[in-house]
Design a protein around this ligand. Structure first.
Ligand code: PEP
Ligand code: MG
Length: 756
């Protein structure tokens, strides 16, 4: 019989599974669970608090003393003992709870009669979504084993309260209390952050009331003037905007080209000469195009219809003489939230972007250009909020939480204060982190950690200076390919890569070869329509099959890196021969360039990403041939756990901070060190301070994070002692829990490590 089967946790879990399943409703299930735990563990009371909304924890289930108080008691995060457990996301055991400084009594909650307290957090996505507490009447010293049992049971309960069934139950509860007003609306977040400001309805969609014109010539004049004005304004906007960089220009230029397209203007002018008013002529031209393109399967062309709609609406606004009205509403306010049905990227530039605190769209997809531009400007964006445009009036106050995807109409004073505080908090945090810029990424015991950034979008380049990083640990070269309207030619590519090299100066730059396919689609390549794109024809598999693309890109790298060190990295390598094949292509291209010029890189290093688990089992052989490796933990975890990285239903199921994955990561760095091969991590793990902490504890000394989280990672680095962290991680690797995150947070808390 396995040893574990005798443990109280195992025995109670078995009971919970059997008995709880008999209860049809989730509330009944939770109550039964608290009863069983109370009985089996001999506690006078066991209660379960669940986060209902906005960090308020409500009593959902209870056995013993508090059964009458269900749904009548709630605490805020940080309030009282329960709130403290939630806030710190770690257990709290007190034999004399009433002497604890955080102790508060709540009406309807019999804390006074209960002496000892044990609270454990119910965790989901690394955040407390509830608290399980046990209380006793008599003074009781909770043993470590008791706490561990409760923590194991808490995992079981966490799964229940993070289920869809619980979300539905919570929604019902809120509705039944009349609290589910139209004032809090859920959308899909495309860009994180908090915003509070006055609503500005972005005007568009002018209905055309007059179809036929009396005077064709006069109508043509109106059209010509409006068209000219529109183009002049667009030109000056584009020249003055801070967005005048790299791929954003591509996006905006594409839009501008539409506006200036002679064919489009001629079509409208012909319609006018046919007798239509200028407005009706614009609509007719749009409809013609719509009829031709709307049935196409080509995502890129469909996206262009959006652009055409934008330009048409803009021209209609000029014809109506009311263009810029919405911008005027925005003029007097210093904080604005833009609300639109849909929007083109240039329209965002109608507003002073330093005032934009948020963008809300009724429609919207992640690939929408306006979302890409807003993200680049650090503006929170929430999309797919049906009916919002009619719901809100211009000038009304509106708040948005881009982290969770919520929009608050008529925010209460409390909500406003909360949002102001959040923004302030973020600002202060950023100021504090900016001060670290000149300080080394060095631990308390003097270990220097190489800190690099990942870049893709052109605005990421600003982070090179603002972080003062050691270099670019990952340049996702596919991003400019994705933002272009067609496959960039060699000259264009040389331009991108040179710009990056110039900005990086003396710093190391690692170029990753094109990594397309799966969720990274090129607008000019038809969808591949595969059953399993994440494990399909993607990345190096495509470029080895379409060798010319790879050769052209390598050619551009070599040219761009003239006189400098060139680091080329191949993504998604699955075995040694794939790496050899890619490397051979690189060397062939190098020899070809060398025949025609002596303007070559000063040095060339060839490496690969470790993203496919099979590579780890051939690592010794691969490391013999590689100059460097970088671990792509996003894909590596996806394949390791067989867990789609884009599926929100699975995002909480497996944790990179668990022994199996960390052991894998440990194996990689040990082998790299043995072969003296430079090894870094460029997946998300390097961007999340608590995860980066674990990586350092495993032996990693080079991390490449997003520019936005660089300061937070540095702050963690500067507060740790590597020797201690390594010892701690070695111990942790023997734990069998689903996640080691709470333990690492607890360590950080106890050792003054700045993890936030
Ligand atoms: C990764 O997989 O960890 C990685 C860095 O590559 P990407 O996120 O671009 O797939
Ligand atoms: Mg990857």
């Amino acid at each position: 019989m396995p040893k574990d089967s005798e443990s109280p946790a195992f025995r109670i879990l078995k009971l919970l599974r059997q008995t709880a399943d008999e209860q049809e409703h989730i509330s009944g299930r939770l109550n039964v669970i608290t009863k069983i735990i109370s009985k089996e563990m001999h506690y006078d009371s066991v209660s379960c608090f669940v986060m209902l909304e906005d960090n308020n924890f409500e009593l959902f289930a209870s056995a013993g003393y508090n059964e009458d108080s269900l749904h009548k008691v709630s605490v805020r995060q940080g309030e009282g003992l329960v709130g403290t457990v939630a806030k710190n996301c770690r257990p709290l055991a007190l034999s004399d709870s009433q002497s604890h400084p955080k102790f508060v009594t709540k009406e309807k909650f019999s804390e006074k009669e209960l002496k000892s307290f044990l609270g454990v957090p119910l965790v989901s996505r690394h955040k407390a979504i509830g608290v399980l507490i046990a209380q006793t009447k008599k003074k009781h010293e909770f043993l470590q084993t008791e706490q561990e049992t409760m923590e194991t049971l808490a995992m079981f309960i966490s799964d229940i309260i993070s289920s869809d069934e619980m979300s539905e139950y919570k929604t019902e509860l809120i509705k039944s209390r009349g609290l589910m007003s139209k004032d809090k609306i859920r959308g899909i977040s495309l860009s994180k952050g908090f915003g509070l400001g006055q609503a500005v309805l972005h005007h568009r969609r002018h209905a055309v009331s007059k179809i036929f014109a009396e005077d064709k010539e006069k109508e043509l004049d109106r059209l010509t003037i409006a068209h000219q004005q529109m183009n002049d304004d667009l030109d000056s906007k584009f020249n003055s905007t801070k967005l005048g960089l790299g791929e954003h220009v591509d996006i905006l230029d594409a839009y501008l080209m539409f506006a200036k397209d002679k064919g489009w203007f001629k079509k409208i002018a012909d319609n006018v000469m046919g007798g239509l008013t200028a407005e009706a002529a614009v609509e007719r031209a749009y409809e013609d195009m719509w009829n031709r393109l709307s049935s196409t399967q080509d995502g890129y062309l469909k996206e262009r219809l959006h652009d055409l709609r934008d330009v048409s609406d803009r021209l209609l606004a000029y014809l109506n003489g009311d263009f810029g009205q919405s911008a005027k509403i925005a003029q007097d306010s210093k904080d604005i939230v833009i609300i639109a049905q849909t929007m083109g990227p240039a329209e965002l530039m109608d507003y002073d972007y330093t005032k934009i605190r948020g963008l809300l769209l009724e429609e919207g997809t992640p690939t929408m250009h306006v979302a890409i531009v807003a993200k680049a400007l650090n503006i929170p964006v929430i999309v797919k909020i049906k009916g919002l445009y009619d719901e809100v009036k211009s000038g009304e106050l509106i708040a948005l939480d881009g982290n969770e995807g919520y929009v608050y109409l008529h925010p209460s004073e409390d909500t406003q204060k909360r949002f102001i505080a959040k923004r302030q908090e973020l600002k202060q945090q950023q100021e504090k982190l900016a001060k670290l810029k000149r300080l080394p990424s060095q631990t308390l015991d003097g270990v220097r950690i190489g800190q690099y950034i990942n870049v893709g979008m052109n605005f990421d380049l600003d982070y090179i200076e603002s972080t003062n990083c050691d270099g670019i640990g990952l340049y996702r070269t596919e991003i400019p390919f994705m933002a272009s309207n067609e496959m960039p030619n060699v000259e264009q590519q040389i331009g991108y890569y040179k710009e990056l090299m110039d900005r990086a100066g003396y710093r190391k730059v690692i170029f990753r070869c094109l990594d397309v396919g799966s969720d990274k689609l090129l607008p000019y390549w038809a969808g591949l329509d595969e059953e399993n794109p994440a494990i399909g024809w993607r990345s190096i598999r495509i470029t080895l099959d379409r060798r010319a693309i790879l050769r052209k890109q390598i050619h551009a790298f070599i040219k761009a890196a003239e006189g400098k060190e060139l680091n080329v990295m191949f993504p998604m390598i699955s075995n040694l021969s794939e790496f050899e094949e890619a490397k051979e292509t690189l060397m062939l291209e190098y020899e070809k360039v060398k025949k025609n010029t002596d303007k070559l890189p000063a040095k060339m290093n060839v490496g690969l990403m470790i993203e496919v688990p099979s590579v780890v089992f051939q690592l010794d052989e691969i490391l013999e041939q590689a100059d460097f490796v970088s671990v792509g933990t996003n894909d590596l975890a996806q394949f390791f756990f067989a867990c789609d990285r884009g599926n929100p239903r699975l995002s909480e199921r497996y944790d990179v901070l668990s022994a199996p994955f960390l052991r894998l990561m440990g194996t990689i760095i040990k082998k790299a060190n043995k072969h003296k091969v430079y090894c870094s991590v460029c997946g998300e793990m390097a961007s999340v301070p608590v995860e980066a902490f674990a990586l350092i504890g495993l032996g990693y000394r080079n991390l490449s994070s997003s520019g936005a989280t660089y300061g937070r990672v540095k702050s963690m680095i500067r507060t740790i002692n590597v020797a201690e962290v390594e010892d701690y991680m070695t111990q942790l690797l023997n734990s069998t829990g689903k996640t080691l995150r709470p333990q690492i947070y607890a360590y950080a808390n106890d050792h003054g490590v700045e993890i936030f």
